[in-house]
Design a protein around this ligand. Structure first.
Ligand code: BV8
Ligand code: ZN
Length: 246
């Protein structure tokens, strides 16, 4: 049986399916990935931008990097990979987990989504004051100051994303781990599978008996763990899977 047919047969037989997605699903929308050839990290050093220390040392530069990324994302449109994954969230059996902070799965209509690393469109008070958590960022309004100030306590405001060295939102990771542990089929899609603890979900699913599939442009940290590798563009492979597992 060819690998795609095998994956389709497993999806059709599955009671529960979970998918973990990474930056690769947004590549077709023109959003740079992190570690690919044109990767974001190639031009910027993680230590200088995606850590709390970086923000403490230079909040303006970090804020402006996120502003630059928000501009790219605002100009982008979701692609077929987002649309298929979002459509699958209408299936009670399907759980969608993402490492991405870009919000494109939400824009594709994902009904239920576990965001492991937060959202670039959310901000929170740097001092974590009780009321300083705003669930949206209205960037149509020019920021009075960069970074903006918390309206409740006056402290600076930070992107509500999980930086390196920060723990993930416990409830989100717990929900993702439960979905992985109970999945009959686990898909890892568009991720280099090297960032933890997100990358620990695949081995967890496999240990608990899931049939595991990698959908990625190139071999990754997941390739030696999964049962089947479907290497190619996620937007094309997911489109073909959706034809047979609508
Ligand atoms: C933690 C949000 C506990 C921000 C991100 C030292 C101290 C503390 C922790 C660590 C440490 N050393 C290591 C760690 C653990 C660290 C980690 O895993 N580091 C890695 C680099 C080794 N993890 C953490 O720090 C986590 N927290 O451990 O807390 C703790 C706390 C204190 C002390 C000790 C422990 C927090 C991790 C979260 C970091 N935040 N993002 C932001 O986005 O700005 S991670 C960032 O990487 C993004 O979220 C991204 O999603 C994620 C993973 O990257 P990918 O999505 O996989 O993207 P990538 O470019 O790598 O790969 C894309 C793939 O797609 C490629 O393979 C490419 O081939 C493929 N592709 C391209 N086009 C397509 C395609 N595939 C299909 N179709 C296409 N068209
Ligand atoms: Zn505040």
């Amino acid at each position: 049986m060819n690998p795609l047919d095998l994956v389709v047969s497993r999806l059709k037989a599955a009671k529960r399916v979970a998918a973990l997605t990474g930056a690769g699903i947004s590549a077709a929308s023109g959003i740079p990935t992190f570690r690919g050839a044109d990767g974001l990290w190639k031009h910027f050093r993680v230590e200088t931008l995606a850590t709390a220390e970086a923000f403490e040392n230079d909040p303006t530069t970090v804020w402006e990097w996120y502003d630059w990324r928000r501009g790219l994302i605002a100009a982008a449109t979701p692609n077929r990979a987002h649309d298929v994954l979002a459509a699958w969230t209408a299936k009670p059996a399907f759980t969608l987990i993402t490492q991405n902070v870009d919000g494109l799965l939400e824009r594709s209509g994902a009904e239920r989504l576990i965001r492991l690393h937060g959202s670039i469109w959310h901000v929170r008070c740097w001092e974590r004051c009780a009321r300083g958590r705003s669930d949206w960022l209205d960037d149509t309004v020019p920021m009075p100051a960069i970074p903006p100030r918390c309206p409740h306590c006056g402290a600076i405001v930070r992107p509500a994303v999980t930086w390196f060295g920060e723990t993930l939102d416990y409830a989100s990771f717990d929900a993702a781990a439960n979905a992985a542990a109970s999945a009959d089929v686990f898909l890892t899609v568009g991720t280099s599978a090297i960032v933890y603890p997100a990358a620990s979900l695949l081995p967890l699913a496999k240990r608990r008996g899931a049939f595991s599939v990698e959908i990625n442009l190139e071999p990754s940290g997941a390739s030696d763990t999964v049962d089947v590798c479907l290497h190619g563009k996620a937007e094309e492979i997911l489109d073909r899977l959706c034809e047979r597992w609508p």
